[in-house]
Design a protein around this ligand. Structure first.
Ligand code: UDP
Ligand code: MG
Length: 319
């Protein structure tokens, strides 16, 4: 039977949280008013997560899992989950219980009111460290300013999606997937539900600084062309300064003998400044060109090592 609800949870080295995750989610699953499938995506974990998923699947037929052939990253893991989800309603949540499953019935209530995307918006991040809180705060605000679409601030991937939205997301061919952005981009009737973000239940944060930075750059580059324009603006600004300087130098040369132009230090600074501007501009260009390259290669988004719990006939092939 086709499940009505699909819960999609990416798992990367989460052996310490999986039992508690299952306990809390399954009690919500029991309370739902239709058949539920729990899709766990093992994103190339190096600990015992894979075995734990197997055990859960054997114990509870509602648990299905995918195992990616290596660590492809959170966004790709969620994408894989969405590709396989069969429910009319799909909920994405993190494995570490920072996204409380208890919120799902409220989200479903919003869906009943006619919303097709219900995203959870954080009001507070408890004990997540000032650095993470500050960078996340700043990033979401910068993104809001620069992005072509309205991407709500302080939202993660915790959300409910209607089947219609999932189908649109699955049909999107792009490889650099910033799901929060794509989710806003698609449109449909969207609403927020507020929640307090609890600390991680157990284990370490899997988003290293590098991964977070990568995600942030991805979000910016995928949804804004402003960075490209910034280098144009700085270029124009430098050109204006250079023009003024040229006029000034000519003036001193011809009309003010014994000019204060002593040269050396100023020249070095100017050379370094312009060198820096050019390198940064090339770097920004590179970000966009690199992405074109990624898209054009057309490799699959992920490779699968194992798929369990979906009926064969209904299992879609990865894109
Ligand atoms: N995750 C993943 N692949 C990765 C990194 C993270 O599937 O390469 C999963 C992780 O298991 C968790 C979710 O993504 O379910 C969010 O990760 P984490 O809690 O470490 O990040 P944060 O809470 O800082 O967003
Ligand atoms: Mg977390």
């Amino acid at each position: 039977m086709r499940p009505h609800y699909s819960f999609v949870v990416p798992i990367y080295n989460e052996e310490a949280t999986i039992p508690e995750l299952y306990r809390r989610i399954s009690s919500i699953m029991d309370r739902m008013d239709g058949p539920v499938e729990l899709i766990l995506i093992n994103d190339g974990s190096r600990d015992r997560s894979w075995e734990l998923l197997r055990e859960l699947h054997q114990r509870d037929a509602r648990v299905c899992y995918l195992s990616l052939a290596r660590n492809f990253g959170h966004q790709i893991a969620v994408t894989a989950g969405l590709n396989f989800a069969r429910g009319q309603i799909v909920v994405i949540l993190d494995a570490d219980l920072q996204d409380p499953p208890e919120l799902i019935p409220d989200m479903v209530e919003k869906w009943r009111q006619g919303y097709q995307v219900v995203y959870a918006q954080r009001t507070q991040r408890q004990r997540e460290g000032w650095f993470k809180r500050f960078t996340a705060y700043a990033f979401y605000r910068i993104l809001k300013q620069l992005a072509d679409v309205e991407i709500p601030t302080d939202t993660g991937d915790f959300c409910l999606l209607d089947r219609q939205v999932v189908d649109v997301l699955n049909a999107m061919p792009e490889r650099n997937r910033y799901i929060r952005g794509l989710r806003s981009w698609v449109g449909f009737r969207q609403t927020a539900i507020l929640f307090e973000r609890n600390p991680r239940f157990a284990g370490d944060v899997k988003y290293t600084f590098r991964k977070s930075l990568g995600l942030a750059v991805n979000g910016l580059v995928s949804f804004s062309k402003v960075p490209l324009r910034i280098s144009t603006y700085i270029g124009l600004f430098s050109a204006a300064i250079a023009l003024c300087m040229a006029i000034l130098v000519l003036y001193w040369r011809f009309f003010a003998p014994g000019s204060p132009l002593t040269g050396y230090a100023a020249i070095i600074v100017a050379v370094f400044f312009l060198g820096a501007v050019q390198l940064v501009s090339i770097g920004i260009l590179g970000e966009y060109i690199g992405r074109i390259y990624e898209e054009i290669k057309g490799r699959p988004l992920y490779t699968l090592a194992e798929v369990q719990g979906f009926h064969e006939a209904e299992t879609p092939s990865p894109q």
